[in-house]
Design a protein around this ligand. Structure first.
Ligand SMILES: [Zn+2]
Length: 322
């Protein structure tokens, strides 16, 4: 495999799908964004994705493309060609990877998006030297991925099962969007922080958070909490600190099960940086067994939003680690 080899990465996200041409060195050399309609059927979506892939390949006619990798925000079926419980109902149980790969006569594979992001960090992130790397992808929901020696460790559904649904409060807690009650996702995800922000703005309508949201003509959400906290607002910082502490309990539990060398915080909420990471680490160390937590280093994920595209493509690349 030479440095001229590439793969297409398709990262199916909440509002849009990001498609890029990624080198075996982990560099995105071309990228596009596709917005899929809620009512589009699978054939229409395949056609949109294929047109975008053609466009990207047309811009790099000399690139040798090894295959097409898809990051899918849901469970992955054992064939790695399809999945379910994603955010685009038309793609549930649809052989998306097989269809797109077939159109270009290229190998294609589908992986859970959190697992793909973990793979990207393990292969190309600044902590790629870690043998056991655990990524907490805290976005709308909470994804958790483990790589061992650069390979994803899978228990079920293309990832660590549904590790973001760690039950913390139990049946006296809030229900999450996936349907369990009192789980970590109901307390510490972007969805949870949206709810915390909205309840706070009703109580304190003249707060910086409420003013920022009304300036934008919408309800407050997690991005407003992060922006307001980064600008120094104590109430928003306290919200992030609470969320960070919940994530820290999750981190302690996962550390006690998987014994990672490094725990990375990624996903949209990681834009809060140390305002989220510091309480996360502190709570994990206070609550978890020192035997498991002492060897763990906590850090922010280094690839940001690009981890999704890079990791989707990276499943096509052979791992270079032993
Ligand atoms: Zn849940």
């Amino acid at each position: 495999m030479s440095q001229q080899d590439f793969a297409i990465g398709i990262d199916i996200g909440g509002g849009s799908t990001k498609i890029g041409l990624v080198s075996t060195g982990g560099e995105i050399v071309e990228r596009r964004r596709v917005v899929v309609g809620d009512t589009d059927d699978a054939d229409t979506i395949v056609a949109q994705y294929a047109e975008t892939v053609r466009d990207i390949l047309g811009a790099h006619p000399a690139a040798r493309v090894l295959g097409i990798g898809i990051g899918f925000p849901g469970r992955i079926h054992p064939d790695n060609l399809s999945g379910d419980l994603g955010n685009i109902p038309a793609l549930d149980d649809f052989p998306l990877a097989e269809r797109i790969g077939g159109l270009f006569s290229l190998p294609a594979r589908m992986e859970n998006d959190g697992t793909a992001a973990g793979l990207a960090e393990a292969m190309f992130g600044k902590d790629r030297a870690a043998r056991r790397l655990l990524l907490i992808a805290a976005g709308t929901g909470i994804g958790v991925a483990l790589t061992i020696d650069g390979k994803p460790f899978i228990t079920s559904g293309g990832g660590l099962g549904n590790a973001g649904q760690l039950i913390i409060h139990g049946s006296d807690g809030r229900p999450c969007r996936q349907g369990c009650v009192g789980c970590l996702e109901s307390l510490a995800s972007g969805d949870a922080l949206n709810g915390i922000a909205r309840r706070y703005c009703v109580e304190v309508p003249d707060s910086p958070l409420a003013r920022r949201a009304s300036d934008h003509g919408r309800e407050a959400d997690a991005s407003d909490v992060i922006a307001t906290a980064l600008a120094g607002d104590a109430a928003a910082k306290a919200m992030l600190s609470d969320v960070g502490r919940w994530l820290g309990r999750g981190a302690a539990t996962w550390a006690q099960i998987f014994a990672p060398d490094v725990i990375l915080l990624g996903g949209g909420l990681s834009a809060a940086g140390n305002l989220l990471l510091a309480p996360l680490e502190q709570e994990a160390r206070l609550s978890g067994l020192n035997l498991y937590l002492a060897p763990v280093r906590f850090a922010l994920a280094s690839l940001g939003n690009d981890a999704g595209i890079i990791g989707a493509a990276a499943q096509i690349f052979p791992t270079t680690k032993p």
